[in-house]
Design a protein around this ligand. Structure first.
Ligand SMILES: Cc1cc2nc3c(=O)[nH]c(=O)nc-3n(C[C@H](O)[C@H](O)[C@H](O)COP(=O)(O)OP(=O)(O)OC[C@H]3O[C@@H](n4cnc5c(N)ncnc54)[C@H](O)[C@@H]3O)c2cc1C
Length: 429
């Protein structure tokens, strides 16, 4: 598992989140119907939805709730996948493709409904997402994307250059589209809210309890933990995404665990804030090395984007993002940068989320592609339904074998080459 040289404490989210529910390391061996490994959105949503069905669930988290991507992300809740609806029909056929589109189109609803239903203490706003187009070609594709979702009845709209300039507060984009199903959350508060809801529903959660081995005997799975005690269960659901180690042979090598970096300013003066994302949208753009930005609930401007593949060595690893933010929004120049943090996302070869069942009773969810707030929450609900009912139609994507990247050991070289190529082809800001 990647270590965190910049632990959660200096991130914006750790500084402003609701407190986590009290949890302890696993102190004595335990039995469950289902063991969930990983305390992010996917694992906690699985645990919550299983517990609500009366299933006995134990969740083991290696570090703390939200230690992985779920406590570090940009908090943009965006429906959809990397592929547009028409492409999903081409890839999966009409019946399965339409089911996947419905699933992908409802992922933001899932998050906002859960926040409401469980009365979670999570700052959130459902102001929509604008995708800014960085070239004329990207603008044509963005408008086509909007048209595809509009045909399906989604609340979306193409935007021209002047509309995007007004709604984002910078004239650097050629236009774009807005998806009003989307919104923003405080991501660490949300994952902690999911943990509280899962505990209230009857799930048992142990933090500081890394699973070190999974074995199957007599139809039961046993998870050994670093501390000594074990959990025995009929089924296991693995939700370790980009933060998993070598628990399952080949799994780590089936993704690239790319690092993405974020900076946040101090709360902006009212006059400056009023001109940036004035209607409460969140934004990302069409670059391959995409930039994503939003205001938080206290008026800070956050921006995320590429960073080194390795773990950061110091502030200089965020300097490029700070320069980009000042180019897009020169008006924030007087406000200091308050927070810098980063985290890993799991990218698969086909840019689709993957579900595997390498052995009976072992379900594995991996590959959020960096858009996992809604996706992984919804995936957890779908996996809970599958585990509880055995109905494979509950799963949005078909179960597939684990396929490692070729030449995985050279992935740093590969990622660095791809990043250099994209930096050239994306053009400057
Ligand atoms: C910087 C950043 C910005 C992002 N921005 C956005 C955004 O704005 N919008 C969006 O939709 N998505 C975004 N994402 C992606 C999103 O955060 C992830 O898709 C999502 O959080 C993944 O959730 P998860 O539950 O699958 O995995 P994670 O949250 O990564 O959870 C996996 C957990 O498994 C635990 N674990 C690993 N191994 C073991 C073990 N052996 N035993 C026990 N526990 C183990 C880890 O400690 C970790 O807590 C971003 C990600 C990052 C890193």
């Amino acid at each position: 598992m990647p270590q965190a040289p910049f632990p959660l404490s200096p991130s914006l989210w750790a500084a402003t989140a609701a407190a986590p529910p009290p949890t302890q390391p696993l102190a004595a061996s335990a039995q469950a119907d289902v063991l969930v490994v990983g305390g992010g959105y996917a694992g906690l949503s699985t645990a919550l939805h299983l517990a609500e069905r009366g299933v006995r669930v134990v969740l083991l988290e290696a570090r703390e709730i939200g230690f992985g991507g779920s406590g570090r992300n940009g908090g943009q809740v965006i429906p959809g996948l990397k592929y547009d609806p028409d492409a999903l029909i081409s890839l999966f056929g009409a019946e399965r493709g339409e089911r996947l589109i419905r699933f992908a189109g409802s992922t933001a609803d899932t998050v906002f409904n859960l926040i409401e239903r469980h009365g979670m203490d999570v700052p959130h706003v459902r102001g929509g997402w604008i995708q800014g187009a960085h070239t004329a070609k990207a603008l044509r594709l963005a408008h086509d994307r909007a048209a595809q979702w509009a045909r399906l009845g989604a609340d979306v709209q193409p935007l021209d250059r002047a509309q995007v300039a007004r709604l984002i507060g910078t004239d650097r984009y050629q236009g774009g589209w807005v998806d009003r199903r989307a919104g923003a959350i405080q991501p660490l508060s949300y994952v902690r809210g999911l943990a509280r809801a899962a505990l209230s529903a009857g799930a048992v959660i142990h933090t500081g309890s890394p699973v070190t081995g999974l074995t199957r005997a007599g139809g039961k799975w046993t998870a050994a933990t670093a501390g000594g005690p074990a959990v025995t269960a009929d089924r296991v659901v693995m939700c370790t995404n980009a933060y998993g180690g070598d628990l399952l042979p080949g799994l780590k090598a089936s993704i690239i665990d790319a690092n993405t970096f974020q900076v946040a300013t101090a709360p902006l003066p009212e006059a400056v804030r009023a001109g940036i994302l004035p209607e409460g949208h969140v934004t990302s753009d069409t670059r391959n090395l995409l930039l994503y930005f939003r205001l938080d609930h206290q008026g800070r401007l956050l921006m995320g984007g590429r960073g080194p593949f390795r773990e950061p060595k110091g502030q200089q690893d965020w300097a490029h993002l700070e320069r980009v933010m000042l180019k897009l929004f020169p008006q924030v120049a007087g406000s200091p940068f308050e927070y810098r943090w980063c985290g890993r996302v799991a990218v698969t070869r086909d840019y689709l989320p993957h579900l595997h069942e390498p052995e009976p009773g072992l379900l594995v969810d991996i590959g959020c592609q960096g858009r996992g707030v809604g996706l992984q929450t919804s995936m957890g609900r779908a996996m809970a339904q599958y585990v509880a009912t055995g109905d494979a139609n509950a799963l949005p994507v078909p179960l597939s074998p684990v396929v490692p990247f070729p030449l995985y050991g050279l992935r740093r070289l590969y990622v660095n080459a791809v990043v250099s190529w994209y930096r050239m082809t994306d053009g400057g800001v």
